[in-house]
Each structure stands twice: as C-alpha cells, then as structure tokens.
Design a protein around this ligand. Sequence first.
Ligand code: NDP
Length: 316
Amino acid sequence: LKSTVVITGASSGVGLYGALALAKRGWHVVMGCRDLDKAQKAAETVGIPQGSYTLIHIDLGSLDSVRRFVDNFRARGLSLDALVCNAAIYMPLIKEPLRSPEGYELTVTTNHLGHFLLCNLMLEDLKKSSHPDRRLVILGTVTHNPDELGGKIPPRPDLGNFEGFEAGFQEPISMIDGKQFEPVKAYKDSKVCNVLTMRELHRRYHESTGITFTSLYPGCVAETPLFRNHYPLFQKIFPLFQKYITGGYVSQELSGERVAAVVADPEYKQSGAYWSWGNRQKKEGKSFVQKVSPQARDDEKAERMWDLSAKLVRVY
Ligand code: NDP
C-alpha cells in the first residue's frame, strides 16, 4: 500500500515540484489546491503519473474551506501519513489589506491561520495512521530571519505582543502587531508564525505521538510564480540576480526534491528541526539544522501565538 501525503498549494512552484518528487518516490499525493483545473493541468504538464495523485479543493484563505477539505479528505478513506503546509501568497504591491470571509487580513490567514487550523484538525488523522514514520512539514523562508543576510532587507518581521490578534484581527486591524498595514511585513510575519507553529507542535505533540514536525528553507526558488504580484521588471531580474550575484538560486525541480527529502528520507527524522541548504548554493551542498530567528525561537511567543491563533480559528 502506498503512503499518502497531503500538500497544500501543489498547483505551482515548490508544492507542484514537491508533489512530483514524492510521486516519483512512490507516494500517493493529495494535492490540496484552490483551482482544481489549474492543478490538473499543472500535474499533467510536469508529468505526475496518473493514478498517483488526487485533487481536493482547499482555499487556505477561508477557514470554512479548510474544514470542508478535511471532511472531503476523510470521506475518501485515505490514511494520512504526511502533511506539507506549503501554500502561500505574497502581495508586495497592494496598498490596502485584502480580507478573508471571516474579515481577517488575507496574507496571514492564507499562510498562517489556514494552515494552523489544518494542522490542528489533521493531527488527528496523522495520529490514526499506522505508518512507522509520520511527518508534518511547514515551509519556512530565510526572510523570516533578520539574523541572516537574506532576511536583513526591510521591513523586518515583528509580531509585537500580538496586539492585532488579541484585538480580533478584523477591520480596522490588519497586522499581527496591530500596527499599520505593510504587505511585505505581513508575509514575513506569517512565515515567522509558520516556524513558531512547527516548534509549538513539536513541543506539544512530538513525545506523545511520535510524529516528526519540521520546517525547511528550500533556497531561493526565484522562478516560482510566488513573485507574480511583483513588478514585471523585478520578476525578470530577480532570478538572474540570485543566479549570478548572490548564488542563492535554486531550480523548482531541486526545491521539490528538498521537500520530498524532508518528508521521506530517514536523515530528516529530527522533530523540531528547521532544515536549510544555506543561502549560497554550492555543488554537493549539504543540508543542516539551522537556528531560527530570535522571534521564531521564543517559547513564550510560540505559546501566545498558539492560544490567540486557536481563538481566531476556533479550535480548542
Ligand atoms: P507559488 O506562488 O509558486 O505557489 C504557491 C501555491 O500556493 C500555489 O499553488 C497557489 O495556488 C497556492 N495558494 C495560494 N493561495 C492559496 C489559497 N488561498 N488556497 C490554496 N492554495 C493557495 O509559490 P512558491 O512555490 O514559491 O512558494 C511555496 C512555499 O515556499 C511558500 O510557503 C513560500 O513561503 C515558500 N518559499 C518560497 C521561496 C521561493 O523563493 N520561491 C523561498 C522560501 C520559501 P494557485 O496556483 O491557485 O495560485
């Protein structure tokens, strides 16, 4: 019997190539996507073998949709052996916040709150699986960490004391720290929450469940559509800059292989770890467990993030 992995946002970029790499390793991939036609075409284009994947609709920007996804997954009677939280939006140019159906700011809802809810619900499915090595993987990024070169470009992420979450995260509030809307910071804040979620899942559930909780920074995958909402000139220059100046460039294929390795390979069975291959890609470059940013390794912040996120998504 094949092992089953759920990957969110598998219709492009890292998630799509992660799905391909896992299918090649013999996994059955449940592609959780918001546009099923696009996902179907994408799967065919990169050559994910028919029969090795299932498409199920999910919109991470809507908490009801996340709950429906879990119901639909369960209705299929599949076992959940691994979960990859990958979907994300990055909207650097918007001036006003977009909102989820609940009225929450959309970048943080999609990247963090939707996945936070998904993890909490699907933890039950992972617990039920008889797979000997169950894993939950959340995509991180270097830009979450101002201690690293790739994370130094302003604006820096800052969760403050979660004043915005505390106040309900609806209009007129749009940022976790309750301050003025800044779309790039919203993305970085959401990715700090992704790392905090992984660490808090590890602290709360690793020992009692044996599940491995990890994050990874796949490298700068400069050609994914993540940058589709940036200036066209940026989209042209960014990959070249990463290729020839910083040396950070990683192909989509390689990013997918890295995701698959963290999901499936024995050497990545270290719960609580944040995996990186470094910022400059060297031939035969090896992965290592990287220290996360001061905010992302702050246990008090992790607990507060957990309690307030649980209230916002209504899981107790
Ligand atoms: P892409 O934009 O290529 O892919 C994002 C995926 O998320 C798409 O499949 C998109 O769907 C999906 N998605 C967006 N919003 C929603 C939603 N509301 N509901 C369901 N799915 C949604 O980005 P990347 O592949 O580059 O990024 C994937 C992950 O990797 C992110 O978590 C990102 O933070 C991380 N990462 C990326 C890096 C990079 O350099 N690219 C570097 C470090 C981390 P659709 O196709 O319908 O738009």
